[in-house]
Design a protein around this ligand. Structure first.
Ligand code: NAP
Length: 613
């Protein structure tokens, strides 16, 4: 481990936890807290933001002036890539490596960046170490300025990556796909857009991003609010002033409400607290807050890293966090928690614990870890009633853990209050404010930090349907869950690569998953080109077999998902609803999925896929 990183003995770090003996007491407490938050609607509790119609004003791009200027295009392409985030950029870069240059990268946004184009809210930062998060760091030679860089630095990196790789020559921005249809005779996809373009593409790479389409909570009256409101991913800097580093002078003298305390809320709340006259945080479930311990990059250390370091560091991080058995040089909350659990397992059963010892040690150490975090809340937040609301009572990985050194202290301001909506739900939003317990609080501004459409079908999230061979619709095929081989290709939808969380895998560092997917897809395209294949798709048997792998994986997590507090990872507690791919089809640990894909490529047989020449 490099000594530049802040260790467990740092003042921000934890004091030893209380050893947990009363497992059953904790289990009951956690179950009671979960039950308070369970809704019968699951993911359907949320209100979608449409491209047009109801709530579409929440989707307006605040970062661009006016619509696309370019005339409609009619083009024959080798590849159309839908989505210009990390996935689209990596796909473009990898396509160039195999000599494919007749491609376009299309996005609703007006630039590259994806998540980092949209999420520019004050305080936005990478929550995974930037050295393993940013792609192509060894190739670009870029040195991130901090361990956890700001969103604006990530966005600028995306732009520079696009410039360096001439991706702007391939970009079609401010453009949304409206429909996509397979043309059997031409063996091409016809893709139309809201700007009147028609692309006839041999291959399409598409995704329905988990974090690009925002949604609103299921609270009545949102449309009646006469003050100002917006979603965090469409931040209105004209109203608040400032930028992602703060300076929100427009909030001076204002009463502000923030609904939502996920990873976004955690980053936004301290910023708004700094400037608003009054801030009320509406929290349904608190997020675990571990120390952040950001620091400027030690450039000497960075320069000393040996070739190949990026991949090695990424893989070790994934393995440490998900397998608890590999040492990672990254020293952060993800790794510390994994190490804490590893030590507990070792203490219980040495090198060869029994399954019972292993499971028991993980559960016990998780409760201990949360005891430390709850003690941290008490140590930082002086008002006991606020502190009580901010403590978490669920297992650590039920929700994505949070990291902040500013979040908890923000609640020490008298001007900042927190309302626990699990006990006093928001009844409605009125013309002037928010009603809980029959009482209205008035606001000038309501900020929705309420996340993205994770629990809807692939087509709902994408905003268009795909018509494949013989008129088969993807919306119909995926109505009861995804059906693919390895998450990439689906039978009757030849040459269409689905990317993202589509029966793929999960790792804490999602940028790593994205890279692996782009590399895999480009390998398959390259194989088609070199063998002269017109089409490629899975066999029915292969698709079924991968579906079985996915359902077996889900079955191993059913108990865990059921005991978890509701959230994106367990489809808001409704784990029988197959629309959320994080519940119905995700391979864990993700690094094993990467190994599986690598081995499949090394075999060179395109096993499970069928080609037509
Ligand atoms: P999120 O995790 O989905 O959080 C949404 C928040 O809204 C939750 O606190 C949720 O409470 C709350 N909420 C929803 N409906 C509510 C209601 N009716 N009343 C009160 N509260 C309500 O969304 P997010 O924070 O925007 O994060 C989205 C994803 O992006 C996450 O996976 C996150 O990890 C990721 N992210 C990453 C970074 C990064 O730095 N890399 C930064 C930000 C976000 P419940 O928990 O009770 O549902």
């Amino acid at each position: 481990m490099n000594d530049r990183n802040v260790g467990i003995s740092d003042p921000h770090s934890f004091t030893p936890g209380r050893k947990v003996d009363q497992l059953e007491t904790f289990r009951q407490k956690y179950a009671a807290e979960r039950d308070k938050r369970l809704t019968k609607e699951g993911s359907d509790q949320f209100q979608a933001i449409g491209f047009t119609g109801k709530f579409s004003e929440f989707d307006t791009d605040p970062y661009v002036d006016g619509p696309r200027q370019a005339s409609p295009m009619s083009l024959d392409l080798d590849v159309l890539v839908v989505g210009a985030g990390f996935m689209g950029m990596t796909a473009g870069i990898e396509l160039e490596k195999i000599g494919v240059s007749n491609y376009k990268i299309l996005d609703v946004a007006a630039d590259f960046g994806g998540t980092w184009y949209w999420n520019r809210y004050p305080g936005v930062r990478c929550d995974v170490e930037s050295y393993i998060y940013l792609p192509y760091l060894e190739e670009t030679g870029y040195v991130p300025t901090e361990r956890y860089i700001r969103g604006s630095e990530i966005f600028a990196y995306c732009q520079s990556l696009a410039r360096q790789n001439k991706l702007y020559d391939h970009a079609v921005f401010q453009t949304r796909v409206t429909d996509m249809e397979w043309n059997e005779d031409a063996a091409r996809w016809t893709v139309r857009t809201d700007n009147g373009d028609e692309f006839r593409a041999r291959f399409v790479a598409t995704q329905s991003g988990l974090f690009t389409r925002p949604h609103l909570p299921g609270i009545p009256g949102i449309e009646s609010f006469a003050g100002h409101s917006f979603h965090t991913s469409r931040w209105d800097f004209d109203y608040t002033g400032g930028d992602d580093s703060g300076n929100l002078n427009g909030l001076r003298g204002k009463k502000v409400a923030i609904i939502g305390t996920g990873a976004t809320g955690l980053q936004v709340i301290p910023q708004v607290a700094e400037y608003a006259d009054e801030l009320v945080v509406y929290q349904r479930t608190p997020t675990q807050v571990m120390p952040r311990q950001n620091a400027a990059t030690d450039v000497e250390w960075f320069a000393s890293l040996k070739p190949g370091w990026h991949s090695t560091r990424r893989v070790a991080f994934d393995k440490c966090v998900q397998d608890h058995a590999v040492v990672s040089d990254v020293d952060d909350g993800w790794v510390r928690f994994a190490k804490y659990q590893m030590e507990a397992v070792f203490a219980a059963g040495g090198e060869s614990p029994t399954v019972e010892q292993y499971v028991d040690a993980l559960e016990r150490s998780d409760y201990e870890w949360n005891e430390m975090l709850r003690a941290r809340v008490d140590a930082v937040v002086t008002d006991e009633s606020k502190a009580a609301k901010l403590k978490t009572y669920y297992r650590t990985m039920c929700k994505r853990p949070g990291f902040s050194d500013e979040y908890l202290p923000a609640f020490n301001k008298e001007s900042v209050d927190v309302v626990d909506t699990a006990t006093t739900p928001i009844e409605r939003i009125t013309e002037t404010g928010i009603v809980t317990d029959g009482q209205e609080r008035e606001f000038d501004l309501i900020i929705f930090a309420t996340g993205f459409q994770g629990g809807r079908t692939w087509s709902d999230k994408a905003g268009y349907d795909v018509v494949g061979r013989n008129g088969n619709r993807l919306s119909k095929k995926f109505a009861n869950g995804l059906r693919t081989l390895h998450g990439f290709l689906s039978r009757d939808f030849p040459n269409l690569f689905l990317l993202g969380f589509t029966q793929t895998a999960t790792v804490s560092n999602i940028a790593h998953l994205i890279d692996e997917q782009a590399v895999h897809m480009v390998y398959v395209i390259d194989q088609c080109r070199s063998s002269g294949a017109r089409t490629i798709e899975p066999t029915a048997e292969a698709e079924e077999a991968w579906g079985k792998v996915m359902s077996d994986q889900t079955a191993t997590r059913t108990d865990w998902l059921t005991t978890c507090t509701p959230g994106l990872y367990n489809n808001e507690g409704k784990i029988t609803d197959n629309r959320n791919p994080l519940v119905s089809g995700v391979y864990v640990p993700g690094f094993e999925y990467f190994e599986l894909l690598e081995k499949w490529r090394a075999d060179g047989e395109l096993d499970g896929l069928v080609t037509e020449h």
